[in-house]
Design a protein around this ligand. Sequence first.
Ligand code: ADP
Ligand code: MG
Length: 472
Amino acid sequence: MEKRAYVPTIGLEIHAELKTTTKMFCDSANDSEEKTPNVNICPVCMAHPGTLPVINKGAVRHVLRVGVALGGTIADFTEFDRKNYFYPDIPKGYQISQYKYPLVTGGTLEGADITRVHLEEDTARSSHDKGNYSLIDFNRAGVPLMELVTEPVIKSAEHAGRFARELQLLLRYLGASDANMEKGEMRVEANVSVSATKKLGTKVEVKNLNSFRSVERAIEYETNRQIEVIESGGSVAQETRGWNEDKQETFSQRKKESSHDYRYFPDPDLPKLKLSEIAEFKKETLAQSIPELPWEKRKRYAEAYGIKNEDTEAFVRDVALARFFEETVARGDGKDFAKLASNYITSDLAGLAEGDINKTAITSETFARLIAMVAAGEISSRGAKDILAKMHKDGGDPKKIAEEKNILQRSDEGELIAVVEAIIVKHSDVVADYRNGKTSALQFLIGQAMKETRGAANPRTLKELFDRTLAG
Ligand code: ADP
Ligand code: MG
């Protein structure tokens, strides 16, 4: 029998802890760096009876800005719901989330349609790996958590990885979340199904994905596993599976609760919000606060500088490096200067600065001067690298360093013409070859002149002088 072509379908659910000073419904600190357990807590996030939650405006604003950036629809009306379930990490017995009226619906990212973006509270952090007991840290209980859900439209593990990376970048650009996956500030769940027809297959939800790499690997693994199940005559069970990082495989955790098990209902302790009546949540007002977004920056860089895509990507991923680049380019002229600057930043300077451009003694001003010297042929690329290393360590002016190191290339025609003429006399046979059409002979003559000046001559000036002298 011919093997059928199975196509995977992926829908992502991504949580991100929002950057706010205080928690979602109380004024306990929201501090993901806090190491001492159970210090950022209060009666509200500990669910003491008689306490009342208060909505954190900053958290709502973060989600709305994400919605605007994604081109989604900002809700006119919104409310919070109780999602009821019992677990030790959720002291109230329910999580405050959003069900029917999420803050944002629709929008797209990396070519994938977004279903919704809503706001909820994070749970406490439990650890079961200490021994014959479990520990719970409530510092995280009630931290504002954004949840973004995509439509089942993602077609490969690679696409899913790209989507998640782009979302991380967006959250950072917006200052909405630090979104480090290793720290659990961003958490990705992947729903995966396979099908050989137009109809979608049964989905499996994969949890515990702590890096982009594991997102991709888990989706690949799950795709293959489901195909094998079907090919061997079985059917895929709808369930939640975990990702075992050591074994690089998914494992069954539990059959998924369907949503009615949570008995969602509007939280009677919280006001319903008519967002369109809150001035600062108007779409135009929010839009004004949105910085240049990653995809806008890519487009601008491609148009304005004509630099390599991978260079652009380095700048899009590192805002400080991009600022340094733009400040440099503003001190030079034209696309060639930009390309030269970009080359030296991404292949030399970024390495010297070890990922933090603020940790170098070079300023965009001294760097621009260095690039101008390279562009004018005053120093060789070898010389530029030496000067760069020195500037990185001790700062200073590139011209001065070049003089100290005695590596300024001579472009002074008056001085060099004598050298050129001497070479022409000395190598008359090569000159004859050149005149007979052997154009490569010119390179030899320039090389001889370079040798004569011990590398201090500007090869471009030499070429011009040879051209002129030999034509005359
Ligand atoms: P649930 O009711 O289990 O929460 P939803 O329909 O709300 O399921 O979808 C949750 C996530 O699963 C979404 O990201 C959605 O895109 C994805 N999803 C739904 N159906 C499929 C499917 N057949 N294959 C892959 N992903 C799916
Ligand atoms: Mg949720």
